[in-house]
Design a protein around this ligand. Structure first.
Ligand SMILES: [Zn+2]
Length: 198
């Protein structure tokens, strides 16, 4: 960010009065541009014993498989965003009543929060959207584990197949972090009481 979105004045990187973090500030009109984490919302769509995955048609991770998910838009709820992304990326229609919050991930190293809703597909009707090369259903044995786009996708799928054997689907929150030798660590921070109804 070089110029102010309000007055086109020059932007500096400084700690505003009363703050303790570096911010982008406009010298001309004194506006402070705060940068905060982004929410990425998506679904884990299930049909019988299979889950739906999308093959990415965009970078990063072009050609890798992912769950339908994307950046939340202003003016929508997390669930609305997850349903919209599922329609856009997989062409699949998901009803709010069929969705349950399932996994939440904090990724402070890239300033992102991921939320996935577990959902049942009522009909087999899907199509790759602009951002997907292919959309397909996979049984547990068929999941392309080495071709998954993101750790949050792998962890959500691992949890799902484990939970399915126990017929219980608690909501879990994880923190992900990289150590200095670039090893990714996953920490389970909280786990709800099991949802026994589904
Ligand atoms: Zn300005």
């Amino acid at each position: 960010m070089k110029y102010c979105q309000h007055c086109a004045g020059p932007i500096t990187h400084q700690i505003p009065p009363g703050d303790d973090k570096l911010r982008f500030c406009c010298i001309e009109c004194d506006v402070v541009f705060y940068q905060n984490p982004n929410n990425i919302v998506g679904t884990l769509p299930i049909y019988e014993d299979k889950v739906l995955l999308c093959k990415r048609a965009i970078e990063p991770r072009y050609g890798k498989w992912t769950l339908p998910a994307g950046f939340m838009e202003n003016g929508e709820t997390t669930l609305q965003g997850a349903i919209r992304e599922t329609a856009e990326e997989a062409g699949a229609v998901v009803l709010p009543a069929d969705c349950s919050l399932y996994t939440l991930f904090n990724l402070p190293y890239i300033n992102q929060v991921y939320l996935f809703f577990r959902t049942q597909l009522r009909v087999l009707d899907f199509d790759p959207g602009e951002e997907s090369l292919e959309v397909a259903l996979f049984s547990e044995a068929e999941i392309p584990w080495s071709e998954l786009a993101f750790p949050v996708v792998r962890i959500t799928l691992e949890q799902y197949f484990t939970d399915r054997r126990a017929h219980q689907y608690p909501v879990r929150m994880f923190d992900l972090s990289y150590s200095e030798d670039r090893q990714l660590s996953t920490f389970l921070i909280s786990c709800s009481a099991a949802d026994l109804n589904r």
